[in-house]
Design a protein around this ligand. Structure first.
Ligand code: DOR
Ligand code: ZN
Length: 360
C-alpha cells in the first residue's frame, strides 16, 4: 500500500480568511499548505472596490509568514451598484481574479448582495466580454423554497437563464452540494466548473441533526442527503477538469457557532490536505488527488501549477490536531472529520528538496 505521496503544491480556490484577529489566527494555515487561494470578499463591509481588494490583500500578506510562498487571489463582491468598469479595472490589474455573486440573504454577510439578477446584467455582460470568472453562491433565498432544494432551484431559476443569455460567461458554481449541481456542471461543455469543499465530501445532513444538534457541522449550502455526498465524491476523484478544490474554510468564533442562531461555516484549512488524502484513498483514487487539488483549478484560472511540491506521508498513528485555535479573545473550532486520519503533510523538508526528489 502506498504510504508516501508527492504532489504539486495545492491551491485553495475558495477561502474565507476574514479580517483582524481571525485573519491573524488562520492565514498561516493556508499559506503553509497552499500556494494560492481565491479569497472571498464577504467582509464587513464587503470588498466591493479594487482599492478595498488591494488593501485587503496587503492585510493578508502582513500576517503571512515571510517564509511561505503564498499568493492571495482577490475577488470583488457583486452588488446591484457595482460598476462594470471597476471590476474590469481590477481584472486588468491582475490582482482581482473574479467577482462573487451572493444572492442577498443567502449566507454570512450577504445582505449587500444581489436581489434581482437583472440589475447586474451589465456587469455580467462586461465579465463575459473580458473573460472574468463569476463565482456563484448557488442558492435561492425565496422563503417558500425548502433549504435543501435551494441549490437545485437556483440552477433552474437563475444560473441556467444567465448562462443561456451570456454563453461566453465563465462561471464557477462554488461549493456545489447536490447531485443536481454535479449533473448540471457535467452537462455543460464549456463555461461552467465547480468547486467542492472538504466537508461536503465527508458529511451528510445526519451529521448536523442525528443524535443531537451539532452546530459545528452547520454550513451553507447546508449538508445534503447521502446520495448527494456520493455524487460529490465521485466528481472529486473523477479527474474531470471541471471539478476542483475550494475548501470554503469559513472560521467563526465558537460563541457565534454555539448560539440560538449559529453562523454557517467550518474551519478546515488547517487539516484539509491530510483529510483529502484519506478520502481519495478510501475511494481507491489517491492518484487523482493532485489533479483535484493542484491542477484543475490552476488550469481554469489560466495560471501554471505551482512549481513547489508537497509530501504526504502515511503514519502508523492517527494525526492529532488541536481541537480549537485561539483568535484574539475568542477560539475557533477545528474541523473534525469523524474518522482517524493517518496521512500527514510532511512539513520538515524544504520545497526545493522535494522538487528535486519528485523529478529524480
Ligand atoms: O458555510 C458557509 N460559510 N457558507 C458560506 O457560503 C459562507 C461562509 C462564511 O462566510 O461564513
Ligand atoms: Zn464560502
Amino acid at each position: 500500500m502506498k504510504n508516501e505521496l508527492i504532489l504539486t503544491r495545492p491551491d485553495d480556490m475558495h477561502l474565507h480568511l476574514r479580517d483582524g484577529d481571525i485573519l491573524a489566527a488562520v492565514a498561516s494555515y493556508s499559506s503553509r499548505d497552499f500556494g494560492r487561494a481565491i479569497i472571498m470578499p464577504n467582509l464587513v463591509p464587503p470588498v466591493t472596490t479594487v482599492n478595498a481588494a488591494l488593501a485587503y490583500r496587503d492585510r493578508v500578506m502582513a500576517v503571512v509568514p515571510a517564509t511561505d510562498d503564498f499568493t492571495p487571489m482577490m475577488t470583488l463582491y457583486l452588488t446591484e451598484a457595482t460598476n462594470p468598469e471597476e471590476i474590469a479595472r481590477g481584472f486588468a490589474s491582475g490582482a482581482v481574479k473574479a467577482v462573487k455573486l451572493y444572492p442577498a440573504g443567502a449566507t454570512t454577510n450577504s445582505e449587500g448582495g444581489v436581489r434581482d439578477i437583472k440589475k447586474v446584467m451589465p456587469v455580467l455582460e462586461k465579465m463575459a466580454e473580458i473573460g472574468m470568472p463569476l463565482l456563484v453562491h448557488g442558492e435561492v433565498t425565496d422563503p417558500e423554497i425548502d433549504i435543501f432544494d435551494r441549490e437545485a432551484v437556483f440552477i433552474d431559476r437563475v444560473l441556467d437563464p444567465v448562462r443561456r443569455a451570456l454563453p461566453e460567461l465563465r462561471v464557477v458554481m462554488e461549493h456545489v452540494t447536490t447531485k443536481n449541481g454535479v449533473d448540471y456542471v457535467k452537462s455543460a461543455d464549456r463555461g461552467l466548473v465547480a468547486t467542492l469543499t472538504t466537508h461536503h465530501l465527508i458529511l451528510n445532513r445526519n451529521a448536523i441533526l442525528a443524535g443531537g444538534i451539532r452546530p459545528h457541522y452547520y454550513c451553507l449550502p447546508v449538508l445534503k442527503r447521502e446520495k448527494h455526498r456520493l455524487a460529490l465524491r465521485a466528481a472529486a476523484v473523477s479527474a474531470d477538469p471541471r471539478f476542483f478544490l475550494g475548501t470554503d474554510s469559513a472560521p467563526h468564533p465558537i460563541f457565534a457557532k454555539e448560539s440560538p442562531c449559529g453562523c454557517a461555516g467550518m474551519f478546515t484549512s488547517i487539516n484539509t490536505m491530510p483529510i483529502l488524502a484519506t478520502v481519495f484513498e478510501q475511494e481507491g483514487k489517491l492518484g487523482q488527488l493532485e489533479t483535484f487539488t493542484s491542477l484543475n483549478g490552476a488550469a481554469f484560472y489560466g495560471i501554471a501549477p505551482n512549481s513547489a511540491k508537497i509530501r504526504l506521508v502515511k503514519r502508523t498513528r492517527p494525526q492529532i490536531w488541536p481541537n480549537r485555535i485561539s483568535a484574539g479573545p475568542d477560539e475557533i473550532m477545528v474541523f473534525d472529520p469523524g474518522f482517524p486520519v493517518f496521512w500527514d503533510l510532511d512539513r520538515h523538508k524544504r520545497p526545493a528538496t522535494l522538487q528535486k526528489e519528485a523529478t529524480s
